[in-house]
Design a protein around this ligand. Structure first.
Ligand code: NAD
Ligand code: WQD
Length: 342
């Protein structure tokens, strides 16, 4: 019998790619999303890729009554993969209460439902942001959690603590927090991908929008960092590789393979790449020239961060596999595809 997985935020960027991987692995996917940062057409993309349309319920997870109704409608849910959140770092500084309310209340409601409706497993979308400016590189799961430099980052730290406290007194519950480094790229079909609203904050969507002519040039934020070429270094991971790690985490929970009721894994490639390396690789992969100018450092940015992935590779039996060029080409194909539609 198919196992039911609830994917919150499943019409969003990472949630939609994970829904595809789950459907392809034979899971029955139920998506909840209020579409605050995604669109209903994403369901068409998932259906075109997999041949199956996931169940979809549109509501705000801050509404606990709606979650009750959902759990009654789908009594066989075995796992919650919790992506739904507001995620713009800068915006979270402007409207912190919206971020704390949305991200914390939705998570608390879901944990309450796990207890009330006997849903034993959760996979939570955490972030490398919890490590702040790390003392040592690469960053292992044992690296200390540092004071968050934004309300957004703080919501991730607080939710991880709430999950742990809840699990400590509910021995039938298990959870895995996955700390993502920098997810980029799109599904190779170019039928789903990232849909940033307005001016993109992240590097790769800005690069693809520059290539297609929506932006005049890429602003490279700082070339005086303590890195080989002076530009910031990050660990960029393909979104499909990242999604596959969720499938591994879910199987680990369902197969009762966890070493403790609460586990944490880094999701990255283990390799740091600079802004200029991304630009050059994009040009090589796509044949598109990227115009760029050097700007001052972006406030809050750190010089270099990348993951130690040995623990997640070993324990999850998972590894990021898709090459950087293939990843950047997928981001470019997605950009071309959405502009064709609009
Ligand atoms: P996204 O904005 O594309 O997807 C999140 C989805 O959640 C959206 O579709 C949005 O409409 C929905 N949502 C938000 N609040 C909701 C609510 N209260 N009720 C119902 N639906 C709600 O973001 P993403 O990039 O796919 O990120 C998914 C998760 O991964 C988030 O938790 C994010 O914080 C985390 N994360 C993302 C990155 C990244 O760079 N993209 C890095 C680290 C962690
Ligand atoms: C990468 C590099 C920039 C844009 C953010 C969040 C983090 C996580 C992932 C959710 C940096 C440089 C960027 C541009 C540039 N999200 N850059 N020009 O800052 O590592 O992480 O997204 O959890 O919490 O902070 O990613 O893609 O914004 O930046 O030069 O137009 O590209 O300075 O060195 P970041 P990013």
């Amino acid at each position: 019998m198919k196992k039911f997985v609830l994917v919150t935020g499943g019409t969003g960027y990472i949630g939609s790619h994970t829904a595809v991987e789950l459907i392809e692995e034979g899971f029955e996917v139920v998506i909840v999303d209020n579409l605050v940062n995604s669109s209903i057409e994403v369901l068409d993309g998932i259906e075109q890729i997999t041949g199956i349309r996931p169940h979809f319920e549109k509501f705000d997870l801050c509404d606990s009554i709606k979650i009750d109704e959902l759990c009654k409608k789908y009594p066989r849910l075995e796992v919650i993969v919790h992506f739904a959140a507001l995620k713009a770092v800068g915006e979270s500084v402007e409207i912190p209460l919206d971020y704390y309310y949305n991200n914390l209340v939705s998570s608390i409601n879901l944990l309450r439902a796990m207890i009330d409706y006997n849903i034993p497993n959760m996979v939570f979308s955490s972030s490398a942001a919890v490590y702040g400016l790390p003392d040592k590189l690469p960053v292992t799961e044992d690296s200390p959690v540092k004071k968050a430099n934004s309300p957004y980052g703080n919501t991730k730290q607080i939710i991880e603590e709430i999950i742990l406290d809840t699990i400590n007194v509910n021995s039938n519950l298990e959870a895995i927090s996955l700390r993502y480094f920098n997810p980029i790229g799109a599904h190779k079909s170019a039928l789903i991908g990232e849909l940033p609203l307005g001016v993109p904050l992240n590097l790769v969507p800005y690069v693809t929008q520059t290539a297609i002519g929506i932006r005049d040039h890429l602003r490279v934020f700082g070339n005086d960092y303590n890195t080989p070429d002076g530009t910031g270094v990050r660990d960029y991971i393909n979104v499909v590789d990242l999604s596959r790690a969720h499938v591994s985490a879910i199987k680990r929970l369902l197969d009762k393979k966890c070493k403790s009721n609460y586990e944490v894994f880094n999701l990255g490639t283990g390799k740091g790449l600079s802004v200029m390396e991304i630009v050059k690789s994009f040009e090589k992969a796509t044949g598109q020239k990227i115009k760029y100018k050097i700007y001052p450092r972006r406030p809050g940015d750190i010089d270099i961060v990348y993951a130690d992935t040995s623990y997640s590779n070993r324990e999850l039996g998972w590894k990021a596999e898709i090459s950087l060029e293939e990843t950047l080409l997928s981001a470019w194909n997605w950009e071309k595809n959405i502009r064709k539609k609009s």
